[in-house]
Design a protein around this ligand. Structure first.
Ligand SMILES: NC(=O)c1ccc[n+]([C@@H]2O[C@H](COP(=O)([O-])OP(=O)(O)OC[C@H]3O[C@@H](n4cnc5c(N)ncnc54)[C@H](OP(=O)(O)O)[C@@H]3O)[C@@H](O)[C@H]2O)c1
Length: 260
């Protein structure tokens, strides 16, 4: 029997996981994207794009399309869709496997300042002019308009349009992974004094954090949003792609045993 897997994506992990599942026969896979990125990379499996209309919409989609399992491989800062996934899996009565990279932990030599929100990160930059590297998405950048005294170097996947209303901002569009040596060079060449980052976890975007440590630069770390509905998660999130594959196979074998 061909099993159907719906993967909520928008991350490199989701793309890699989908590719690995596609290499195994016997699965129908659909990768779902929010549709925010202007030029998404090619995906190894069929894809759909756009919101479902909340948890109920997602549950209806799962039922109507006959999916056996839901996989949440969205970014750890995409809290709304992850909460919807929990609720939709419950409503549609399908197992949910959630993949969430463990947070980066402070290492000796790191100078991190913790911020709960982007606005707090802006405040933490202080009044004096600094040279700041922002590795944030388009949506998160607007609050920095409140601090026009700084010089910004901004790296994002899509161009920042319209540009920020600040006198000194330069833009780089690039998609990770980013190598440590390149990150060190980029920070040095641009005489960056402070890095602002989300705590994404994983290795693809860790280079800038390690580079900041090597160069003795402070990092303003925007903490992950709280899970909106932790109480109803039946299984803890899995930390990496290998564990996600194991959990998916396990859940599908349980369905098999139950004759569903
Ligand atoms: N936030 C980040 O820092 C970040 C970084 C890298 C990649 N991403 C990716 O970008 C996407 C959007 O992030 P966000 O922070 O805006 O999410 P969010 O606030 O959690 O989600 C907002 C709404 O967007 C729709 N949505 C989000 N992800 C979707 C998906 N994979 N498939 C279909 N609909 C989706 C849902 O709409 P409905 O309620 O209408 O279904 C959701 O309620 C996510 O897929 C995420 O993996 C986010």
């Amino acid at each position: 029997m061909t099993r159907s897997i719906l993967i909520l994506g928008g991350t490199a992990d989701a793309r890699i996981l989908a590719g690995k599942l596609a290499d195994e026969s016997g699965y129908r896979i659909l990768l779902s994207m929010a549709g925010r990125t202007l030029s998404p990379v090619e995906q190894p499996v069929p894809m759909r794009s756009g919101g479902f209309g909340g948890a109920t919409g997602l549950a209806n989609f799962i039922r109507a399309e006959g999916f056996d399992i839901l996989v949440d491989a969205t970014h750890p800062y995409a809290a709304r869709i992850s909460a919807n996934a929990i609720e939709a899996a419950r409503l549609a009565e399908v197992p949910l496997v959630a993949l969430s990279r463990p947070v980066w932990q402070r290492q000796p030599g790191d100078t991190w300042h913790s911020a709960d929100t982007v606005e707090q990160a802006v405040t933490a930059l202080g009044d004096e002019s600094r040279r700041v590297f922002l590795a944030l998405g388009r949506q998160e950048l607007l609050p920095f308009e409140a601090a026009p005294q700084h010089s910004y170097l901004i790296r994002s996947v899509d161009p920042v349009e319209p540009p920020l209303k600040v006198p000194d901002a330069r833009y780089i569009t690039a998609r990770g992974p980013f190598a440590l040596d390149d990150e060190i060079r980029m920070l040095e060449e641009n005489r960056i004094g402070t890095v602002v980052s989300k705590n994404s976890g994983g290795s693809a975007s860790y280079g800038k954090i390690e580079a900041a440590r090597r160069l003795g630069l402070p990092v303003i770390m925007i903490e992950r949003p709280p899970q909106l509905d932790e109480t109803s998660v039946s299984d803890a999130p899995v930390p990496d792609i290998a564990a996600a594959l194991t959990a998916i196979r396990h859940q599908l074998s349980l369905l098999e045993k139950r004759g569903e």
